[in-house]
Each structure stands twice: as structure tokens, then as C-alpha cells.
Design a protein around this ligand. Sequence first.
Ligand code: NOJ
Length: 972
Amino acid sequence: MRSVALFGAIAALLALPEAFAVKSHDFKTCSQSGFCRRGRALAARAQEAQSSWKSPYSVDPTSISVSPENATAKAAVKSSLYPEIKFGLELRIHDDGVVRVLMDEVDGLRKRYDEAASWALVSEPTLSKGIRWAVGKKELRATFGKTNDIEIVLQYEPLLVRLRRGGEDQIVLNGRGLLHMEHFRTQTLKETVEEVASDENAEGQEVLQTENVRAWFEGDSEDDYWEEKFSSWTDSKPKGPESLSLDITFPNHGTVYGIPQHATNLSLPSTTGDSPSYSDPFRLYNADVFEYLASSPMSLYGSIPVMHAHSADSTVGIFNAVGSETWIDISYPSKKSTQTHWISESGIMDVFLLPGPTPEDIFAQYARLTGTTALPPHWSLGYHQCRWNYVSSDDVRTVQRRFDEEDMPVDVFWLDIEYAQDHKYFIWDHKTFPDPVEMTNDVAATGRKMVVIVDPHLKRTSDYPIYQEASDLDVLVKPKSGEGEYEGWCWSGSSSWIDHFNPASWDWWVSKFKTSQIDTGFSWTESTEDVHIWNDMNEPSIFNGPEITMPKDTIHYGGWEHRDVHNINGMLFHNNTAQAVRLRSEIPKRPFVLTRSFYAGSQRISAMWTGDNLGTWDHMAVGIKMVLANGIAGMAFAGSDVGGFFGNPEPEMLVRWYQVGIFSPFFRAHAHIDTKRREPFLLDEPYESIIRDLLRLRYTMLPIWYTAFRENSISGMPIVRPHYVMFPQDTAGFDIDDQFFIGSSGILVKPVTEKEKTEATVYLAEDQVYYDYFNQYAYRGASKGKYITVTAELHQIPVFIRGGSILPTRERPRRSSPLMKLDPFTLRVALSKTGTARGELYLDDGITYSHQQGELVWREFVAEKPKKKTVRISSRDLASQNPGKAVDGVVLAEYDPKNAFAKEIEEVRVEKIVVLGLNSKPSAVKLESGADLKWEFVPGVAASEKKEGTASVLTIKDPKVLITTDWAILIS
Ligand code: NOJ
């Protein structure tokens, strides 16, 4: 294949081994990273010194100024080690109880990077009003919160910040005295100090003493302060040491979650020797890690510095807004408390303390800071067929035809890098793709879309207009000299990278995606509005760079080093791409952009996937955990490559992987260029039919997924929800990360991720009925939790409906999701043990932003027992009752149930209602308005019984009701 040949050539040029040269040892461990080593050494000294350890940082009480009006307090901070260096600390209390803690060096030799939060935050947070601060002799204190039960306490000496709730410490900063903000200094300082010290005078003695104290805290060597070598690279570190070490303790919380992306358990293992444990801290440094391990604290492609700390009676969280490389040690001194130690290479301290007290509150608090996932285009919840590469437009057409012939639904065909001539993205290789617009139109004829890759590396050649224009505009990242263009190697050979931090690049980038000719320069006329975008390699991945990325001393807009912004870099690329896709059409349409690299805030506009996983059972299993962890940190629209990127999965594995995929928010099959073709229509029986059924199952459930996306877009509640989010008080569920719920729908899934399994054990956390989705068997959980064992042959996937749920589905197989727009609905009413149920359905055009003008349908279905022997099932409009909460992006003042979208679907019927777990055969089923309905009843176990067995099933065949109108059915 051409690209492999090209890569071989690149590898030869770089004297790398043939093909892929990247291995884990290409990435630093903590001990190979100067500032991480320094941070860990500090922690080790503290541990050794035990109670004699004391943080040198203190607050000057005379400096405190408070502003009750806007809930801020400021104080001067100094370190006894460097009395001449000044620091400033600020506390800000937001109106939802979140506390922001900022600390920076004041009047330093240089400025620390302080813009990470401005990229992550959705807007400047609103501060609380009328906070009463008590300025004491030893501490500053403020009390706030809805029930006045939250306190923020700033202790002066040593400096310590506590967030308290209900009279107890919940989050403590610097409780272990590991706070250290390395101030900017000049390189000659140490020699000067030594010279002075060598004069045997009083001043010299004093300096020596100071040195000793400093050594006691900082260590006695300038460990990699001014230059750092790794493998063949040297990081020039012109600013010298500037790292930030901060311990954050969560007393009363014995489990922590979050800080994606790592291939690890959802409940984060220790990194400090408690068991189970990793030996290195978790690392956040966006990186293209070849053949990543299925269990490791190593960095991967994206970083979200968000952590939840959880216990049975409380959840708190932190968002540490830092954009530089960060390492996080985690230890569990007891079952009830967690210690963390965050070590970042540069940047100010900017930590948001989220007071909870429930997981739901944390999601809301974090969502108010960084936003939620905007409702994606509806089609993007369908099935995505990708591979590196579909090699020609004929290939694309053939694949599409085969899906249709085999009656397999699919919404999107993807093109990887080989569509682009010499990997010059946007520029079609006309030898293989002579007719890109016609090809896209052929795909779009059945409502389908294309996603085409646009990577960030620009081939440095004057015949590539994108590169040439960026170069002329002077918007490329600069080398460490600050002059000219940084050059590195990627798929396109010698390449440069747009500096998306530079505002001058923004409008220009938007203009590249216009599908009609613009006045000057290149625009993508060989594209249509049915083409959406995949942003890959945006960590950025640079084959000849240190750790396969950009050297830290390259220069971005504003003179910032890449070191300061590395983890944010990928987000700017995909955000600007998404803006461009949105703005290319006259009536803005929702963009779909998939990104590999991400940061806090990325959720607002893009989906992510977990990168180059391996076709192994371990990777299949850890992909689920990674998707859950991303959801914890707001990045809800997530999935893994179905089938595994590398390798040739055997049919059994592929089937199981599709079972995982159909229950991921983002569902795409993808494969490496060297793998055998594995589109589902190529499989033999029974595999092909099993996968066909799975694809169809995904499509029947699209209403459930879309409704979960709406909820996420408002509340930030994850789309796939782990146990601790659903049952925060159930300690037995805290570590469960191999089964999950879909939104608030009540669907519980436990994918099988082991070879030759025919059974699965599933945890039911509560005393409630759980119905097998496929055979209506009613299982009964227990109030203290219970494991059940179910059969899980290859064609079976354990899926349950939690008693008390009503599920809207569309059961007619179609070729793509847009073709389902006018299809009727089925409602599954899964009665709870008390005989009730509820569910929701959200619909809109799925393409434009008309939902933000109120063009939508949002319904609630309720089953209740108005009388002992009557069940009443009804549908009512939720949007009229809560217009302000109907959609993301705007607050609707009112809602018109007769809006244009509702009218378009006004004839859409409910074609079937299935009621599970009724007590006995009804004597009548009728519309409340009078008419009798046709029904069938198969006796079985009632929801109210403690017993397990196949549930009773009432099927109302054509209930003669519509999806958009209010109605009620009486079963008596
Ligand atoms: C790396 C991506 O992770 C992978 O999905 C893609 O196929 C290759 N780059 C080629 O573009």
C-alpha cells in the first residue's frame, strides 16, 4: 500500500525501524521527567519527615482583602524558603457553591501560563453574592450554599484550603504540605549563592543555612532545571523550573474516578504501593501511544483533569484547569479517604472545588463550568463504517451496496488519509477518487453521510494551498527561536502545524470548509454539506518529535511555549473545525467532528474515540471502562474502534465487539490498513446474521439514545452511567465498571468481553424487578444487592429493563436512520414492583438548530395505578411544562406543541404498547376517551411478586394513539 511505503520511506529517513517504531519505551516514566521526579521526591521527603514536615507556604494575614459583593477573597502568600518571592492567592465562590482557588507568582521574572481555564470554561462563572467572610487571626472562613452548610476555610500558616460540608472536611489543599510553586529564577542564581556562601562571613553562613532549609524541602540538586534530555531529544527549557506540585486530599471519600484518558479501571487504582497499584502516577500528556497497554497509568490521546471523589454519603469533585503535562499520584490511606498529588510542569494554580454532594450535583457543577455535549446530529448516533482505507469512490459505492444487499443499516461511510493526494488533506487523489461530489451524493441518496479525515499536519510544499496560505498568513507554530516555521514529520512527510491559538487562523480555517468558491484562496468546493470531519493526530502526533509529539520549547501565539498548552492544543483544532463545518452552510447545521485528542470543554462540540486499540479481549473490556471514565469527565459522546484497530479478530470476538459497540454512545467499526477486510457482510453464518440483528437493535433503540443525549446536553449526566452514578449509596457497586445504564432510560447492559463465554453474572443493586429485554424474564434484585447469572451464548447479550421504566423504540428495519423519521413507535412499559413506570422521548429534526427555537417534541409516558385494579398509561407533553429545560444552548421561554417539527411528525403513531409484569389478565383495555382496544395477554410473573420467572406480557396491538399528542389508556 502506498501509505505504508511512504511511512517506510519516512522511517528510513529518520533511521527508525521499519513501519511503526513507536513503543511504550518512547514515553517517559515519572523518573524520566524532571519535574515529576522533583514532585515525587518532595512527597518522599515529606513522608520521611512525617510530623516534622511543614509546608513553607503561608498567608500574610495583613494582606487579606475580601469582597462580599462578588464573593472573592485575596491574600498575599509567601514561602519561607524564598522570602523575596511573592505569590498571590484568590478564592472565588460561584453562585452554585463551586469554589475556585487561584494562585500565581506576583511580579515574577516571567509570567506563568494562566489561560487554560479560559479555553475550558464555557463562560466566566457567575459569582455568589453577599457572602459573609469571617477574617480571623488564624484563618479566613466563609459559609455558603443553599442550606448554608458549605464552608471554605483558608488557614494562614501553613497555607491550607479546606472545603467543608456538614461540618466535615471534604476537600483539602496542601494538607500534606506538598504545595510547591517553583518560582521563575535566573540560571546563575545557584552559582552566585555558592560564591557568596564561600565567603566565610555572616552573610555566607546565613545563605548556607537558607540553602539547607531549601534542600530539606526542594532537594539539594537542581534536578533538570534548565535542560532535559530524553532519548535523543533535548528540551531547552529557557524558562527554567516552573512546576507546580499540589496535594489534594479527600477525607471521607474512599474512591476516586475520572482524569481520563487512561486504559484502566473506572475506580482508579492506587499509584503508590497500596494494592492494587501502578508504580507510576497517572499521566496527563496527550500522546499517540502505539499499541497502548490495556491496563496502565500512561498517558493517552486526551486529558481531562477532572476527578470525582466518592463515598456512600457524599461525592465531591475537582477540576484542575492546567494545560501542561501533569502527573497524579493516588493513594488510599484508609478505605475511607483518598490522597492525591498533582504535579504539573507549568501554569498557575487554578483549581475548582465542586462541593457535590451527589454525583448528579457534580455533573451539574462541572457542566456549568465547561458546558455539555451539544445535541449532535441524529444520524451520528447510527452505525459508522470506517477502515483505513476505502481506497476509491467505487470501493465506497460497493461497500454501500453490500450493506443494502444484506439489509444492514448504516449511516456513515468514512475515509481515512488515503483519499488525500500525498496526504494533503482536502485535496482528493483523483486517480482513485475522481468524483468525490458524485460519490458523496450517491451515499447521501439514502440519507447517509460521509466523514472524511482532516489531520493537523500540513505538507510543506508550495503546491499545497492550505500550507501555503497558512504560511503566508503567518499562523504556523514556530520553532524555539520564535522565528519561522516549526517543521516535523508526519504522514505527509515534512510538515508544519497551524497554531490554532492564533486568532488570525480562525476565520481563515472556517473559510477552507466552504463548499463554494470564496473570493481568495482555497475552499473545499469538492465537498458537500453531507461531508463531516474526522480530526486525528491532533495531540499533535509528530513521528520524529520527543514522545511522538511537538517539542515543548516550540512557540505558540502570545509567546507561550508548547509546554504550557500541550494538552489544550488538540481541542482548539477540533473546535475550530467544528465551527467551520457549522458555518459552511447558510442555515447552520449541527457539525459532526470526531477527535482523537481532547481537553476539558471538548465535549461541547465533538465526539471522541479511544484511538488505536488492539483486537484483543482485554482491549474490548477496557474500552468500556474508558468510555465510562470519559463520561465522568463530561466527554460523553465516546466509543472505541469496534473490532479493534490492530489485528484480525476472529468472528466470535467481532460479534462480541459489535455487542459492545451498539451500546456505546459513538458506534464505529474501524481497522488498520494492514488488517483483513471485516465489514459485517463479509462474515459467514451465523455471525453475519447476529451482527445484522445487533445493528438493527441499535437502530430500534435510537430514540432511547437521542433522549439520553438530550438529557446530557442539559444536565451533563453521562449517557452511559456506571453504578456509582445510579446508586451512589451502594458501596458494592463502586468498583463495577463492566455493566452500565443508558441515560435515565432504565436499560442495563452487561456486555460479554471474554472468549467462549456462555453465561454472564450481572449485579442488581436494588430490590426491584429487572426484565430481560429479549425474553421478558423477570429477575428480582435485593436491597443489599444481588448477583444473577444469565445465559449469554454468542447471539445473546445481557440487557435488562429496570422495573419502572417506559422505553420508546422504533422497530422497523431501515437502511439508515433518516429513513426512520416517520416510523411508528413501540412503547415497552416495564412495571416496577409497585406497578408504576415512567419514561421520556425527545425528538427534533436532528440536523439544524431549529430545536433551539422550540421545534421539538419532548414527551413523558407514565404508568400509574389510579385504582387498585387499574393501570393507567398516559402520554403528556413535557416541553410545555419545562420549556426552559427542553434543549441545550438556549432557554426557551415558552413552547408551542404545534411547532413546525411537531407538525411534520403529527401522524406518527404508537403502533404497539407492551406492558410487562401486570398482576393479572385485564378484563378491559380501552382509551380513556372510551374506545376499546385490541390486546393479547400472556400470563406470567407479576412485577409485584417476589418470585422470578417470565413476566406476564400484555400487548396492545394498535392503541390508536399518536406520539405527539396527549392520551391515556386504562387497563382494568
Ligand atoms: C491513527 C488513528 O488513530 C487511526 O484511527 C487512523 O486510521 C490512522 N491514524 C490513519 O489515519
